[in-house]
Design a protein around this ligand. Structure first.
Ligand code: ARG
Length: 463
């Protein structure tokens, strides 16, 4: 044995030449996949217990394996585990250490298993935890949005289309729009979890194993809903990673859009909100600056998550069944997606309840943009004018207002009546901002009464 090359490699038997040093580093994944150690050990524990149950290893061997794995887990957690690049990945590092610790029994752990089903299992166990953590952060952010919506249920702001003032809305209603986006994001993740929580173990390299394994038992030990139906699919499928990353990309796209609003609103030109100092930074040259770095960074970071999604789709598109080494490239984009997603959600969940809303400024902006023009048109329609004619009449009124620098509510009744004889003094109730939002009093509308009702429903949906 000793004059053979590659003696430290678990797969070294058929090799007559040592691995090239650069190739060893090039093919190794231990630098990044060691973060899967807890899941790798959990999978090995369950596999060993299953092997003992079906009589492939003895109970004593199983006990030795479990004891060794426990020691390894402790060493890794304490930072005293010696990771070796020449042992390629997290799986072989742990297995080699196990054998060094407990001898013969350690060598039996890999019976009826392959790194191909092992890595797919580790990744699914890892992702299961990350989906739960993501859902918790999403929930925290949603609760923050509800609290803010409740605080500002009556606060009037301009609603925009094309970034032009369109109609007045309530700030609470606007926050509830983001709540809905995030609710769908969370539902998507919960749904994704169903497809993640399926166990590849037992597929071995690709075709299953000749040992009498009990995959249902292993699945039960690991809390999987079921073993994967098809062994080839089990080791080659990474669409669960892609699905998660596409859910993550949507969350980040939503946070990016929300960020864009916060950045605009915090500018001197809008002046709708104040971001607390603790979420901003200053400029090294311009003493007056307070920059909205957190939303800007979230908007920026959404790009890399979208990029990872596209990278993973491209990674898969050329792969024939079953496992290919290409799949090792799934981990870094996935890990970075998880880290980025959790960090952005955390920043938002902390920041949103602390937003300071400038109600007077928002009201003034809504009042100066002819945002009640549609209300005037609706008023005319209720008095028998056809909508297209009403649109034309109000358009004329707006033009007169622009020419004379006045809002519709500042025009004289006689002036409005010269445009349409159906107009009476009660029109001014509608031309106010409060009248306009209060009138949109239906399910899903912006009236404060509806905002409170929507918040109550939202709380029930979260419960
Ligand atoms: N490090 C590998 C990966 O991440 C583990 C599986 C390797 N299997 C193999 N036959 N080379 O995909």
């Amino acid at each position: 044995m000793s004059d053979k090359p590659n003696t430290d490699k678990p797969w070294g038997g058929r090799f007559t030449e040592s691995t090239d040093a650069f190739v060893e580093a090039f093919t190794a994944s231990v630098g990044f996949d060691q973060r899967l150690y807890r899941y790798d050990i959990a999978g090995s524990r369950a596999h060993a217990r299953m092997l003992a149950r079906v009589g492939v290893i003895t109970d004593a061997e199983c006990d030795a394996i479990l004891g060794g794995l426990e020691r390894i887990e402790r060493d890794i957690e304490q930072g005293s585990f010696n990771w070796s690049v020449s042992l390629e990945d997290v799986h072989m590092n742990i297995e080699a250490r196990l054998t060094a610790l407990i001898g013969e029994a350690g060598k039996k752990l890999h019976t009826g298993r392959s790194r191909n089903d092992q890595v797919a299992t580790d990744l699914r166990l890892y992702l299961r935890d990350q989906i739960k953590a993501t859902c918790e952060e999403l929930l925290r952010l949603q609760q923050g949005l509800l609290a803010l919506a409740e605080r500002e249920a009556d606060t009037i702001m301009p609603g925009f289309t094309h970034l032009q003032v369109a109609m007045p809305v309530t700030f609470g209603h606007h926050m509830l729009a983001w709540f809905e986006n995030l609710q769908r994001d969370r539902e998507r993740l919960v749904d994704c979890l169903k497809r993640v929580n399926v166990m590849p173990l037992g597929a071995a390299a690709l075709a299953g194993t000749s040992f009498p394994i009990d995959r249902h038992y292993t699945a039960q030990l690991l809390g999987f809903d079921a073993p994967a139906e098809n062994s080839l699919d089990a080791v080659s499928d990474r669409d669960f990673v892609i699905e998660f990353c596409s859910c993550a990309a949507l969350v980040l796209v939503h946070l990016s859009r929300f960020s864009e609003e916060l950045i605009l609103w915090a500018s001197a030109q809008f002046n709708f909100i104040d971001l607390p100092d603790r979420f901003c930074t200053g400029s090294s040259i311009m003493p007056q600056k307070k920059n909205p770095d957190v939303p800007e960074l979230v908007r920026g970071k959404s790009g890399r998550v979208v990029g990872h999604l596209v990278g993973l789709l491209t990674l898969m598109k050329g792969q024939p069944l079953a496992y290919n080494k290409d799949n090792q490239e799934d981990k870094e984009p996935l890990f970075d997606t998880v880290d980025t997603l959790l960090a952005c959600l955390r920043a938002f969940a902390d920041m949103v309840p602390a937003l300071q809303v400038k109600a007077n400024e928002m009201r003034a902006a809504a009042a100066s943009g002819y945002s009640t023009a549609t209300d005037l048109a609706d008023y005319l329609v209720r008095r028998g004018v056809a909508f297209r004619d009403a649109h034309e009449i109000v358009g004329t009124a707006v033009r007169l207002g622009i020419e004379s620098g006045r809002d519709l509510s500042e025009m004289a009744l006689t002036e409005l009546q010269s445009l349409s004889s159906v107009i009476e003094a009660d029109v001014f109730d509608l031309l106010t901002l409060d009248g306009s939002v209060a009138a949109r009093d239906h399910f899903g509308g912006t009236a404060p009464r509806q905002v409170h009702a929507a918040i109550a429903r939202a709380r029930e949906r979260l419960a």
